[in-house]
Ligand binder design. Structure first.
Ligand SMILES: Cc1ncc(COP(=O)(O)O)c(C=O)c1O
Length: 377
């Protein structure tokens, strides 16, 4: 689970005498991980950069409780796409802050890896940031990858440290081979090295088109939708707890299974239905779903919005969506040498090796791979 990846790795990174700055809407695995570290936890308002800065300054100026010693490390913990809000983190501003105050950044890409950005590499790719500016890149294999487990990516030093200290790595079983194969294949497809030519790019485009088309259609119905227009997590607000079960039941009766969410996963009067879009959804499926949502939200008096649909929805029609998908089909490139060719195998590292040796071997492996790719092309 990605849950265990967060909960069990964070304590290997920081501990007593450190400070965690956590977004108020962080997933419960991040909350549990932060608590298990024993570090001081300060919570900032959701996506509020001014509040992050204020809390950072406080942490630096006042230091630890009682002793007032400076914190050993300050770790800012955020999600790429928030799982219940559909909002996207303000990554470039967070990177600037963490550099300014010499803090560290932990980014949970559970809902963004394989879904956001022109290459599907998450919000880092979406904003065009340098992944090296994010100290800890975490993600799950349970969502876009259709597998199980999670990962942490970062500098060689970080990875070596986690290999030595992480409870999940040391005391838990590794990923089963079939799951690992599934995940690697999904990565290769995203990189244009597996599956039918251009399939990774096509799926990314389909997801992006589906997301915007679905969101625009919902706005036109008059329901309240949270989140960013490109976020594939789409919460539709139910608000009243009494309507949660009715919404789930009525949509299911009409052939649409929905995920309804209430307290304690959301504030008590902010119940919602959470839709997660997939590249496997066709435009017909989306149209049919919107039609069902239209019927049910009318029945349950859920069309709360008093505002006109946002301006961006104007051009997002079925014709627009079809034209976008046609374009990406025309742009499919044959894969093979020009796209990188088959991925060369990297030598497997030994877990017990000291970090330096691992680093040397990895450098050599990377050079070998680059040479092989160059030779193939
Ligand atoms: C932001 C975030 N992190 C971690 C997780 C846990 O992932 P998993 O379902 O793989 O345990 C989730 C699950 O929804 C999530 O939304």
């Amino acid at each position: 689970m990605g849950f265990a990846t967060n909960a069990l790795n964070m304590p290997a990174l920081i501990g007593k005498g450190c400070c965690v700055l956590s977004d108020e809407l962080n997933h419960s695995s991040l909350v549990l991980g932060a608590r298990l570290t024993g570090a001081k936890i300060k919570v900032f308002r959701h996506n509020d950069i001014a509040d992050v800065e204020a809390k950072l300054r406080d942490a630096i100026v006042y230091g630890q409780d009682r002793t007032r010693r400076p914190f050993k490390k300050i770790l800012i913990v955020v999600e790429g796409v928030y799982s219940m809000e559909g909002s996207v983190t303000r990554l470039p501003e967070l990177i600037a802050l963490k550099k300014k105050y010499k803090a560290y950044l932990y980014l949970d890409e559970a809902h963004s890896i394989g879904a956001m950005g022109p290459h599907g590499r998450g919000v880092v790719d979406y904003f065009g940031c340098d992944p090296r500016d994010v100290d800890v890149l975490m993600g799950t294999f349970t969502k876009s990858f259709g597998g199980a487990g999670g990962y942490i990516a970062g500098s060689q030093h970080l990875v070596a440290l986690l290999r030595q200290r992480s409870h999940s790595g040391l005391y838990g079983a590794s990923l089963p081979a079939p799951v690992a194969a599934q995940v690697v294949t999904a990565f290769q497809m995203l990189m244009g090295r597996a599956g039918p030519p251009g399939e990774g790019a096509r799926r990314l485009k389909q997801l992006e088109v589906n997301t915007q088309y679905f969101r625009a259609s919902l706005h036109r119905l008059g329901v309240i939708v949270y989140g960013h227009r490109t976020s594939p997590v789409v919460p539709v607000m139910i608000f009243m707890p009494g309507k949660i079960a009715a919404f789930g039941r009525e949509t299911l009766k009409r052939g649409l299974g929905t995920v309804v969410v209430g307290y304690p996963a959301t504030p008590i009067i902010e119940s919602r239905a959470r839709f997660c879009l997939s590249a496997a959804h066709s435009l017909d499926i989306i149209d049919r779903s919107v039609q069902i949502i239209d019927e049910v939200t009318s029945l349950l008096l859920m069309k709360y919005s008093r505002r006109p649909p946002p301006a961006w929805t104007a051009g997002i029609t079925r014709e627009w969506a079809e034209a976008q998908l046609k374009l990406v089909d025309q742009q499919r490139r044959p894969h093979g040498a020009a796209n990188g060719g088959p991925v060369p195998r990297r030598p497997v590292e030994c877990r017990g090796d000291p970090p330096d040796k691992v680093a040397d071997e990895n450098d050599a492996a990377v050079k070998d791979n680059l040479a092989a790719v160059a030779a193939a092309s």
